[in-house]
Design a protein around this ligand. Structure first.
Ligand code: ADP
Ligand code: MG
Length: 359
């Protein structure tokens, strides 16, 4: 992608607060009509990155481009970039309609009253708030407030919308529904979304691309499937929250871990020797089962239903929790006896191994 075809491009952006590098030489770009998820632990620099793109912060180094233009020094209100804040930032004393129309009425653009009404109603309808126009925003639910926050951004017809954990304040149920709606709304509008989320499920489910940030650096970016199936480092595997990670030792193509010794034909270079196996690749067998590959004795603790799968938790002798996921599409889940020991096994070629010996 060149500066001309990318809708935005962040080029070597660094930003420090005191001694803390919130962003460290960040490079990131997105095409027109793309959905980018930004995933990272708390404090990794996600909000700072959005604030730099929006123009609320000036980077110490690096440039920001938008629609082919260097906007690094441009004030936020002249950028035409939408921002949906985590806490919604609505005007509490105004109605839904007035909150949505606010930018058109008082922004830099001159928009006629008729045009303001038309555009306001159109986005209110699109986000599913028809009939709520004259309610105060203190008389609607959290999910509806979230829609107002989105509508007041979209009414300005931005080409890029930055969303900072927009679903973070909602309960799990509503969150799932809003997730689907956000994606549908974005597709209808044809705008680019850069969506920050602390939830790996959200990042993997929603984005055309996933960008993983850790301590101010982008540690992986790619299609959700690729990031999921080939995490670039133990840190990415950890943030995805889909892998059991075991430390051990990789030496001459053999990994020695708590599950025994396994031949490792292929390993990814990393600072530490780590063996990763996906939750849904592990099977729990009776303790006496005959196995040929890796096997780990662990005690069954509890299970949790997650909608489309069941997560079973086991604990090893040294206190490590190992997760075993069963997708319900594969049939009824196994049942386990509390405090009973089982043998956890998997096919070695499904593991992802990292180590100093890797390539
Ligand atoms: P995230 O959104 O991923 O949780 P932030 O971008 O908010 O992370 O913060 C990144 C780092 O920068 C953190 O260490 C945070 O404490 C620091 N930081 C962010 N904003 C400020 C600020 N205004 N003043 C001082 N430190 C800040
Ligand atoms: Mg944040």
């Amino acid at each position: 992608m060149t500066t001309e075809t990318a809708i935005f491009r962040v080029d070597g952006v660094t930003k420090s607060y005191g001694g803390v590098k919130a962003l460290d030489s960040v490079m990131l770009e997105a095409g027109v009509n793309e959905y980018l998820s930004l995933l990272g632990p708390s404090g990794s620099g996600k909000t700072t990155l959005l604030r730099v793109i929006a123009g609320f912060e000036v980077p110490d180094a690096g440039r920001v481009y938008f629609q082919g233009r260097d906007i690094t020094g441009l004030p936020a209100h002249e950028r035409g970039i939408g921002f949906v804040f985590q806490n919604f930032a609505l005007f509490p004393h105004l109605t839904v309609r007035k909150n949505v129309a606010f930018g058109l009425m008082y922004g830099g653009e001159t928009v006629s009253a008729a045009e303001t009404d038309k555009r306001t109603q159109a986005v209110i309808d699109m986000v599913g708030l028809t009939g709520m126009e004259d309610r105060g925003v203190d008389q609607i639910s959290g999910g509806q407030r979230q829609r107002v926050a989105l509508a007041r951004t979209l009414v300005m017809q931005p080409k890029l919308v930055l969303l900072d954990e927009p679903l973070g304040a909602l309960d799990a149920n509503l969150r799932g529904r809003m997730r689907n709606e956000l994606r549908a709304i974005r597709e209808r509008m044809g705008v680019t979304f850069l969506h920050v989320t602390g939830s790996e499920t959200e990042a993997l489910a929603m984005g055309d691309s996933v960008v993983v940030l850790d301590r101010g650096r982008i540690i992986q970016a790619g299609k959700p499937d690729d990031v999921y199936s080939t995490p670039a480092s133990p840190a990415v595997a950890h943030f995805l929250n889909r892998f059991n990670l075991f430390s051990g030792k990789l030496s001459q193509g053999v990994f020695t871990g708590p599950f025994g010794t396994v031949a490792v034909p292929k390993a990814t270079r990393a600072a530490d020797d780590v063996y990763a196996i996906r939750y849904d690749r592990v099977r729990a067998q009776p303790i006496g089962a005959v196995t040929s590959g890796p096997a780990l004795k662990a005690t069954y603790i509890a299970s949790e239903y997650l909608g489309s799968s069941v997560m079973n938790f086991f604990e090893t002798a040294d206190g490590k929790v190992v997760e075993v996921e069963h997708h319900l599409s594969l049939g009824a889940p196994q049942t386990f006896e509390p405090r009973q020991d089982y043998l956890l096994t998997w096919t070695p070629d499904q593991a992802i191994v990292f180590g100093r010996e890797g390539k």
